[in-house]
Design a protein around this ligand. Structure first.
Ligand code: HEM
Length: 464
């Protein structure tokens, strides 16, 4: 039976083509892989034959999605450690250099990230870090829970490189956590929490058992992340996924100052001042959704079962808050909720850069870094134009989204919006009708480079 892409997959009982699909799929796509320590290697190909031999050998260091899921189960029952994650993606130029004419056809992928930059209002390519200005042919990701394991596996990858494959650049990710042990990004907020879930086992674990009411359905069909691997021996069972990589530098000082300024403008003091930052993100630092309660401190694990139904006027969570912009949960007003869900992508980011301050400590903004730290934004898509690009261009960068009842414009996403920033409305009291217009929040996130890749099936790599 053909792989049913129209629903999430029950992996434990998968048989036939679905089982083959999982055996030949890279890990980290249908479910996130541990990558607290991460090395991202950008490669350029010279000789096609040598590049193929390298990719084929690299497949020997990789495990399948199926193996990854089995390792997670084994860890649950016996605490046995898993193996490192090795992932590989190719750009359209990479396929070209290998002489493969059947590369996946997504137009954004074919054009590459440099071509897309104008539409996304990205900073000019000439301002990107050097490594991203050249044509990139491939990316290799190596990740694990420990730095030692990651380094050891990275060394194995590098040992396979023939002379004609060059390392154009490398990024090193390392996770940050808060006092609850949850992963945070550099502004100090829990990140990576809300995800489309492609496995029914994961959807079942998320089901709300406290009140029995599910306000947000995190499930997504496989078609939202998997793409038939057109260059593989059998695209009916061999799948891959489009992978967006963006190096986003964070000026933490600027953002933390903007939080304080917003609190001062709205007269929010003491404990209530935390709400200023929460209004930019849509969650408090500990992950508590702002639409659910007016102060931090929700139960653990971090809540994700909420919608904006109780906040149609944006008086609890501003319309422009990062998570309301990037997932309006059916409330965007521009499309039917089912169509709106299709823009969600599987985020697999990791923070980069060392800092001398403690990101979780209460410190004045002046103690915070202004550069060299940020997010290696990574996400899997089945359609770049309708997922990553749609989110950045038509939601985050669009002052008129979401559509509001009174016709007022929310402004840009204060975190990732790119382009001219008008002012926005922010509510002085949570849930009350006293929104106040505030000058634009300064842009504290800057793109330093990026690329689009396709992460092919293992069968494709072995066939080279
Ligand atoms: C440095 C840049 C960024 C920072 C600091 C950041 C931060 C965050 C934080 C703190 C959350 C809340 C935690 C969660 O729900 O997982 C979040 C969620 C999210 N972010 Fe970002 N993010 C960044 C870049 C991006 C980009 C480039 C996109 C896409 C274009 C994006 C899309 C999303 C989405 C879709 C969610 C989940 C919303 C939901 O389902 O409720 N983020 N981000």
């Amino acid at each position: 039976m053909a792989v049913d892409l129209s629903t999430p997959l029950t992996w434990k009982s998968a048989t036939g083509d679905a089982a083959t699909m999982l055996d030949e799929l890279q890990p980290n796509i249908v479910k996130a892989h541990v990558r607290d320590h991460l090395s991202v290697l950008f490669l350029g190909f010279g000789d096609a034959g040598e590049a193929k031999t390298f990719l084929k050998a690299l497949a020997g260091l990789m495990k399948s999605a199926k193996k990854h899921l089995e390792e997670i189960e084994a860890f649950k029952t016996s605490q046995s450690g898993g193996t490192s994650y090795v992932g590989v993606g190719l750009t359209a130029t990479g396929y070209g250099k290998l002489g493969i004419g059947t590369a996946p056809g997504d137009p954004s992928f074919q054009g590459g990230a440099k071509k897309a930059a104008g539409n996304l209002v990205d900073p000019p390519v000439e301002s990107w870090d050097d490594a991203y200005q050249e044509p990139i042919d491939a990316v290799v990701l190596v990740g694990d829970a420990s730095a030692d394991a990651t380094q050891a596996k990275r060394a194995e990858v590098l040992a396979l490189l023939p002379g004609s494959v060059t390392v154009l650049g490398e990024e090193t990710g390392s996770g940050l956590t808060n006092e609850n042990g949850d992963g945070i990004e550099h502004f100090g907020y829990v990140d990576g929490r809300s995800q489309p879930l492609f496995l029914t086992e994961d959807v079942d674990t998320e089901r709300d058992t406290t009140d029995g009411i599910n306000e947000w359905d995190p499930s997504a069909p496989l078609s939202q992340v998997l793409v038939a691997d057109s260059a593989a021996p059998d695209p009916n069972v061999h799948f891959g996924s489009y992978f967006v990589f963006r190096k986003l530098e964070q000026n933490v000082q600027l953002f933390k100052q903007a939080e304080q300024d917003l609190a001062a403008r709205l007269g929010l003091k003491d404990e209530d001042a935390e709400r200023a930052g929460a209004m930019l993100i849509g969650r408090f630092e500990d992950g508590t959704p702002l639409v659910v309660q007016s102060a931090a401190g929700s139960h653990h694990p971090v809540e994700n079962d909420f919608s904006y139904d109780s906040d149609k006027l944006g008086q609890k969570c501003p319309f422009q808050a990062h998570i309301r912009k990037t997932n309006p949960r059916g409330s965007g007003g521009a499309e039917a909720p089912e169509a709106e869900r299709l823009h969600l992508m599987a985020r697999r980011g990791q923070t980069y850069g060392r800092r001398s301050d403690d990101p979780t400590a209460e410190l004045p903004p002046a103690y915070r870094p202004t550069k060299d730290v940020g997010l290696l934004f990574m996400a899997f898509n089945s359609n770049l134009g309708n997922q990553f690009e749609f989110t950045q261009r038509l939601w985050a960068n669009n002052p008129g989204f979401p559509i509001t009842a009174d016709g007022s414009k929310p402004g840009l996403d204060p975190v990732i919006g790119q382009g001219e920033r008008p002012g926005s409305n922010y509510s002085r009291d949570w849930g009350r009708n006293n929104v106040q217009p505030i000058d634009a929040i300064p842009q504290a996130v800057t793109l330093k480079g990026g690329e689009y890749f396709f992460m092919p099936s293992l069968a494709f790599l072995r066939s080279l």
